[in-house]
Design a binder for this molecule. Structure first.
Ligand code: HEM
Length: 414
């Protein structure tokens, strides 16, 4: 019979911010995979939780959404129990935090905006904006890659997707940073500040939604949602919630993958030489982008809650237990990726990276993120750009958003 807790095991707590600010998590997860791959932490700043660190266990969990729920009813999708509770607020309804049957029709309303033909439609504009940003960068002079490239391109991509007012696009970064900050669950004052920002964002989107309704429909995502019969019966709160989900979901993730380009170019210039050698439009660019997403894994985890007892990898997970799926660990699982902490531009199975999740909640925006990242790499290759990091990065203090606040670089062009 499986046991819930093995008392002879050391206690691991990958939720502690220090593992993310000091980047000690790759070693920690390697130890956990080797000694206790499905580990139970009894006590942490986020309470008790299970850590799934192996690729195959995460796939098993994600394939069973009835048993492992994403719903707000059980506190949602991150290790932090509902941050809203401090502020006496209800969580925004959004389909990432819903189970079937509610999840299915809502996801279907936005999925058509991410088809290959929609990506072809968006590609020329994304390419033009990427080229403009790259051509405006200083050469042989230090600058912050996060600010000048990652934020600029990500907000531009989202503004295009939503037909969002261009002048206000940097608000998207500020809101998204607040929305994804799970540290609010630990601090009542910060939680209230976060709720105020969320309210400001909600009001802005409500206004945008009304404004778009008065205009002739375009090909942007808001027009598409407004024209969708499945959404026409939806309460306004739910529209807004889903809009916020799309903006936040596409923001930190794409931005931090872009900063991963600077980190990996600095650490493994010879791997990026392989990409430059093959040139723009080559197969290696697509593989390198998958490898970049794997290596960075911009969302370190997602959470599920068990709705019934379930035996997994020899342990008994009990009804009500919090289960954390550490994508950051699965993407370095030695049973799947050899030498996983290394960026290998032409890694044979890079496509199997699990940073977008797996199963019914697998990232709906994956194609758009891939398009933006592929375009960026291609345009950098075209310009023979090389990056060196001139300082250590300032990393996000979080076990959820695995990313950077600042990364100073210098750029050379051959
Ligand atoms: C879901 C990662 C880009 C929108 C997810 C999930 C992950 C993820 C891990 C949850 C999977 C799960 O719970 O099983 C990423 C990464 C990205 C990225 C690594 C970039 C490198 C984007 C973009 C958008 C987006 C560009 C949209 C503009 C969404 C939405 C969901 C989602 C709406 C919810 C899907 C559902 O519940 O059915 N993403 N994402 N993401 N993502 Fe992304």
């Amino acid at each position: 019979m499986a046991t819930q807790v093995k008392t002879d095991m050391p206690t691991f707590d990958p939720s502690a911010n220090i593992h993310w600010t000091q980047r000690s998590w790759p070693d920690l997860f390697a130890k956990m995979r080797a000694t206790d791959p499905l580990h139970y932490t009894e006590d942490s700043e986020f309470g008790a939780y299970w850590s799934a660190t192996k690729y195959k266990d995460i796939v098993e969990i994600e394939a069973l959404p009835k048993i492992f729920s994403s719903s707000w009813e059980y506190s949602g999708i991150t290790i932090a129990d509902r941050v809203e509770e401090f502020a006496d607020a209800e969580p925004m309804p959004m389909f990432i935090a819903m189970d079937p049957p509610e999840h299915t029709p809502q996801r279907r309303t936005v999925a058509p905006k991410f088809t290959p033909s929609e990506m072809n439609f968006m590609e020329p504009e994304i390419r033009a904006r990427t080229a403009e940003v790259l051509d405006g960068l200083p050469i042989n002079e230090a600058f912050d890659w996060v600010d000048r490239v990652s934020i600029e391109l990500t907000t531009g991509m989202l503004a295009l997707l939503f037909d969002f007012p261009w002048a206000d696009r940097r608000k998207l970064t500020e809101w998204s940073d607040y929305a994804g900050d799970i540290n609010a669950a630990k601090d009542e004052g910060f939680s209230k500040e976060r709720m105020n920002k969320m309210y400001e964002m909600g009001m802005y989107f409500a206004g945008l939604w009304e404004m778009k309704k008065q205009q002739p429909p375009g090909r942007d995502l808001i027009s598409m949602m407004q024209a969708s019969p499945a959404m026409s019966d939806m309460p306004e709160q739910m529209f807004i919630g889903n809009l916020i989900l799309l903006i936040v979901g596409g923001n930190d993730t794409t931005r931090n993958s872009m900063t991963g380009i600077a980190r990996t170019m600095h650490q493994w210039p010879e791997e990026w030489d392989k990409v430059r050698g093959e040139g723009e439009g080559s197969k290696i660019v697509k593989t390198a982008v998958q490898e970049l997403i794997r290596w960075q894994t911009p969302l370190a985890h997602m959470r599920r809650t068990a709705t019934e007892d379930y035996e997994l990898n020899g342990k008994l997970i009990r009804k009500g237990d919090k289960v954390i799926m550490w994508y950051a660990s699965a993407n370095r699982d030695e049973d799947m990726f050899k030498d996983g902490d290394k960026f290998i531009a032409d890694r044979e199975n890079a496509r199997r990276q699990i940073a977008f999740g797996y199963g019914i909640h697998r990232c709906v925006g994956a194609r758009l993120a891939e398009l933006q990242l592929t375009t960026l790499v291609e345009e950098m290759v075209k310009r023979n750009m090389r990056l060196t990091c001139t300082e250590e990065p300032v990393r996000v203090e979080s076990c959820f958003v695995n990313g950077y606040r600042k990364q100073m670089v210098t750029m050379m062009r051959d």
